[in-house]
Design a protein around this ligand. Structure first.
Ligand SMILES: C[S@@+](CC[C@H](N)C(=O)[O-])C[C@H]1O[C@@H](n2cnc3c(N)ncnc32)[C@H](O)[C@@H]1O
Length: 484
């Protein structure tokens, strides 16, 4: 394919520009495919965010909503991007490579682009575990079979000595400078300012009460707790490094997991690494698994999103943000209910219950509740919720009373609630103000789980502020308690 794209030369940086949402094109010529190809694109200023798309077969690489995805490789991080094509990649063949640099930011994006080729260190395909002697570095790769449904558990046991572990979702050879996650003994002098360290940890720390339902028994990501771990290893207790990457953290990454292990000792050390992919559903405790099974049977064929979409059109409320649809996730909502300590005889309300997923989840998890109620405005969602709740009741005896009201949450009496939930993230301020006004008649001690915070008031205290997974991703959730 003849093009007049600029030819990139090995290790020579080229500056390019592209208007927002368009591509600038380059070519490069690869003769030697025994060496890994690395292409780096970096923004030259804050108004720039270049992404890399590469093809060997199509000169006009495109992607996105308006174009066909016709690239073979891509790297689309925020900020600088680095794309590596490995000799083992079946598509890595000699010839011309077409590089499309996509300007992600609006306006003129100015960027630099450079490529190099390096001999590769050895990288082992890890089936499950590997052991041996570690000189300085060893690299492994591991295929993830069920991204989005499984978590990755890595265990490294040093026979003796201090090790560091680096994990990446897209770099073949993760190291100190480039990795997605790391664990192990940190060389203290790299952390010149303790403040930086704490700040970095702050980004990692996620007060998700996940452990109650899906046991980890693994260090999650480097977090404050990691300090203890480091001390333990420094003490040479020979406790293995146990490291877990949660399902959600891997969800949007590619299917390969790349691991680098570094030996900090002067002598080689013996070591063993075990990598396991564990399906999340296999980690649930027996009771929860049974209840999730019923939940799935009841809800699997109920298409809340499309019912809502059709109803919004039909009832001519498409422009109203409060009708935006999204649902809770059973497993991730369970510990949030736990924070409210539901008691026998209590009443739960979901304000804007959709097809009733939140009602179904709490009814299954806390059958000792007196009543589970919900209110929904959209006609067909209300109908779907009513029939779904009837279906649920066939699996529950005894169980709480279940009641679905049709209408506006501002016109229904929910003052008997002990625990309330409202997936209020898209509710306009007037609706939130209206809810808050009605909350004055709730009893003291009532708990309110809300996605949108309430305006300043003197009736609620924020008990917890957490991040919880919903169908659209993780979102902030407040658990409030009525104090008057
Ligand atoms: C984000 S969805 C949450 C569905 C469900 N609670 C869940 O989490 O799985 C919010 C729901 O609130 C409903 N809604 C919005 N405004 C409402 C109002 N004023 N009264 C009753 N329902 C309302 C919407 O139609 C929608 O079904």
């Amino acid at each position: 394919m003849e093009t007049n794209y600029p030819l990139l030369e090995l290790e020579k940086t080229t500056i390019g520009t592209a208007e927002g949402n368009t591509f600038a094109y380059f070519i490069l010529n690869i003769e030697d495919t025994s060496k890994m190809l690395t292409i780096i694109a970096e923004p030259c200023n804050e108004e720039s965010d270049p992404d890399i798309y590469v093809s060997r077969t199509t000169s006009q690489v495109t992607q996105g909503d308006f174009y066909i995805d016709n690239y073979m490789w891509k790297s689309t991080n925020i900020g600088p991007d680095k794309l590596q094509i490995h000799p083992e990649d079946g598509e890595f063949k000699p010839g011309i490579y077409y590089i499309g640099i996509y300007a992600y930011k609006p306006g003129l994006n100015t960027f630099s682009v450079v490529y190099n080729q390096e001999s590769i260190p050895e990288s082992l395909d890890l089936k499950e575990s590997s052991e041996g002697l570690l000189e300085k570095w060893k690299y492994f790769k591991f295929r993830i079979e069920n991204p989005g449904e499984s978590r990755i558990e890595i265990t490294v046991s040093p026979g003796y000595g201090y090790l560091q572990l680096y994990v990446s979702t897209n770099l073949y050879y993760p190291n100190e400078d480039e990795h997605t996650w790391s664990s192990g003994v940190y060389v203290v002098n790299r952390l010149t300012d303790p403040e930086d360290f704490v700040m970095e940890l702050g980004n990692y720390f996620d007060p998700d009460p996940y452990d109650e339902i899906i046991k980890r028994n693994f260090t999650r990501k480097p977090g404050l707790m990691e300090l203890d771990k480091m001390v333990k290893i420094v003490d040479k207790t020979q406790e293995p490094l146990r490291f877990c990457i949660d399902t959600d953290d891997w969800k949007y990454s590619n299917q390969m997991c790349y691991v680098g292990i570094k030996n900090l000792e002067d002598e080689p050390v013996s070591f063993k690494i075990t990598l396991r992919e564990v399906l999340e559903e296999n980690l649930l405790t027996g009771m929860i698994a049974e209840k999730l099974d019923i939940f799935k049977r009841v809800f699997d064929k109920v298409e809340g999103s499309s019912i809502s979409q059709n109803e919004r059109k039909r009832m001519k409320v498409s422009g109203k943000s409060e009708f935006t649809y999204g649902e809770i996730d059973f497993v991730h909502m369970a510990p949030v209910f736990g924070l409210c300590k539901p008691q026998a005889g209590e009443v739960f309300w979901d304000l804007g219950c959709g097809v009733g997923k939140c009602m179904g989840a709490i009814a299954l998890l806390y059958p000792e509740l007196k009543r589970v109620s919900g209110v929904e405005y959209l006609d067909k969602l209300y109908e779907a919720c009513s029939s779904t709740m009837n279906h649920l009741k066939t699996f529950m005896s005894p169980g709480p009373e279940i009641e679905v009201k049709h209408g506006s949450m501002l016109e229904v009496d929910w003052s008997d609630a002990d625990i309330l939930f409202s997936s209020s993230i898209c509710f306009p301020n007037e609706l939130i103000d209206g809810i808050l006004e009605k909350c004055h008649s709730l009893k003291k001690g009532a708990k309110f789980i809300t996605l949108k915070s309430f305006p300043e008031n003197n009736i609620f205290e924020v008990k917890y502020s957490i991040r919880v997974k919903m169908t659209w991703g993780k979102t902030g959730v407040y658990v409030l308690e009525k104090i008057v």
